[in-house]
Design a protein around this ligand. Structure first.
Ligand code: ZN
Length: 126
């Protein structure tokens, strides 16, 4: 097994875990508010909101680390983040990074050098 084959297998493993983590987080975001609302229904709105944010923070802490690990995976050719396009400045709003999540859903090439997953990093860029 060649070195880049191992790299891509690592990438696929990380990407699959990130996909699973994102799916579980979305499911939690839709289902967690229901038991929180039932448990805290007789409390004040502030207590209910705090409970909701604590529950969502707990769900995010469990499910989203694989997504961040995937987002930080470095391209074997350009050694930049494979999924993150170049930000023009630090003031670029975070919501402009939402297309990064699309890269998790689709089998997208490197955001910087367009290396497709599974290709040898030594392939010539056309
Ligand atoms: Zn690249």
């Amino acid at each position: 097994m060649s070195e880049f084959t191992k790299l891509w297998e690592e990438y696929y493993h990380i990407r699959n875990r990130a996909r699973l983590g994102l799916i579980v987080f979305v499911i939690a975001a839709w289902t967690v508010p229901i038991p929180v609302a039932i448990i805290f229904r007789n409390r004040s709105m502030l207590v209910e909101m705090v409970a909701f944010f604590v529950a969502m923070g707990f769900a995010a802490t469990i499910t989203l680390p694989p997504v961040f690990r995937w987002a930080n995976w470095k391209c074997p050719r350009c050694n930049e983040k494979f999924s993150e396009p170049e930000r023009r400045s630090l003031t670029t709003p975070v919501w402009l990074l939402l297309p990064v999540l699309w890269r998790l859903v689709a089998d997208s090439p490197c955001a910087r050098c367009k290396l497709r997953s599974g290709e040898s990093p030594d392939d010539v860029v056309i």
